[in-house]
Design a binder for this molecule. Structure first.
Ligand SMILES: [Zn+2]
Length: 388
């Protein structure tokens, strides 16, 4: 019979693959696939057609029917560049009650537990199916999950309750804001600043668009939040400009200006509404620029988009996690996850995983052994539950 590894053994394996988002994750995916196969579980590998060095892997255990519990994790980790590490980031090192290593917290700890649970479920004779879904490119804007979810739905019976194991110290997190952002490139027309009225200054045309963001924030923060929005801090949609670049010299009207604007929307507010409102401003500024010089223009491209996770009324995934953890408090978080993407695709979704987000992305990232064991206990209960 094939060797059944402990969650810690599986974590050691997963961390040993340096699956930084820009690099390949195929060795990790192959390892997971062959481990599952050795236990009679059929792995499905979905290679990204646009990035042949990356793939998702998913699998189904139990009766071949709809309604599975889905354990969702991502395989990629953030880079270690420039970070002072005291240990090898790609070797799990145990010290002071903690497992150190890149991804131990975000989120190979959960991935290891989920792989362990799937194999346990295979031998336990579960009555309700269990699925595992491991994505890629989560850390670069959650772009790997949507095509993976589509691919899963083509080959597996559709699951119904998704547990996204991002670090939440095993609390049930039922909501996060949506996020999306735009790169805006203003193309002006260069002249000497002494005759600026004959040119188009890209920086000065950017100013009203950036000020529009200030105005939206001022309005949003004084409006009364909905009950759901009130759970968030701040309880309103934010519009933020985090980067700007442009211009050549103090006495030349700026030919180019680039800036990056991002929106963090509270549940209930639609991306389309905000996008339309922003584009209306852009088109108005552009029309004014073109009146001075017809070649002046504004190009806008989306640089990321993650749907929010809206707290569900009597959500199935939330109820399942609460019954296993005993956590009845309400929690929302400020970071985006794949949970909103599963919800958008018609699943009930909740976030619950071991570890604290405060340790994610840090040098000397760790998960406490206490948290890892809490995740293990959760998975044991989950498999037990699926037997009935
Ligand atoms: Zn993560």
């Amino acid at each position: 019979m094939a060797m059944r590894l402990s969650p810690k053994n599986i974590l050691d394996q997963l961390v040993s693959f340096p699956t930084v988002s820009r690099d390949t994750n195929l060795p990790l995916v192959d390892w997971v696939a062959s481990y599952l196969k050795s236990h009679g579980i059929e792995p499905h590998i979905w290679p990204d057609p646009d990035q042949p060095h990356k793939a998702a892997v998913f699998a189904h255990v139990g009766p071949w029917e709809e309604g599975a519990v889905v354990m969702s994790g991502h395989t990629d980790v953030v880079p270690i560049d420039g970070q002072p590490w005291d240990t090898d980031p790609f070797v799990v090192t145990e010290r002071d009650g903690k497992y150190f290593g890149r991804g131990t917290c975000d989120m190979k700890g959960f991935d290891a537990l989920a792989i362990w649970a799937l194999v346990e479920a295979q031998y336990a004779g579960i009555k309700r199916p269990l699925q595992l879904a491991l994505s890629f490119d989560e850390e670069v804007g959650c772009t790997g999950a949507p095509p993976m979810i589509q691919a899963m739905q083509k080959v597996l019976p559709k699951g119904s309750a998704v547990i996204v194991g991002e670090p939440s110290t095993m609390q049930a997190v039922t909501g996060h804001k949506g996020g999306f952002g735009y790169d805006t490139h203003i193309v002006g027309f260069e002249v000497h600043s002494s005759i600026m009225h004959t040119g188009v200054n890209a920086i000065m045309e950017a100013a009203p668009l950036i000020n529009w963001a200030n105005e939206q924030n001022a309005q949003n923060r004084t409006a009364k939040p909905t009950d759901i929005a009130a759970m968030f801090d701040p309880p309103w949609t934010t519009v933020h400009v985090g980067m700007i670049d442009g211009g050549t010299a103090h006495n030349i009207t700026a030919k180019d200006c680039w800036f990056m604007m991002d929106f963090r929307t509270v549940p209930g507010q639609q991306k389309a509404g905000w996008r339309d409102a922003y584009f209306e401003q852009v088109r108005a500024v552009e029309a004014r620029m073109k009146a001075v010089h017809p070649e002046a223009r504004i190009d806008v491209s989306e640089n990321f988009s993650i749907p929010g996770l809206a707290p569900e009324q009597d959500g199935e995934a939330e109820a399942l996690v609460r019954s296993l953890t005993g956590d009845n408090a309400s929690h929302v978080v400020s970071y985006g996850t794949e949970a909103g993407q599963f919800q958008e695709a018609g699943y009930s979704a909740v976030i619950c995983g071991p570890g604290d987000i405060a340790q994610a992305h840090q040098p000397n990232e760790f998960i406490t052994i206490e948290q890892f064991n809490a995740g293990h206990a959760f998975m044991e209960k989950l498999v037990e539950r699926l037997k009935n």
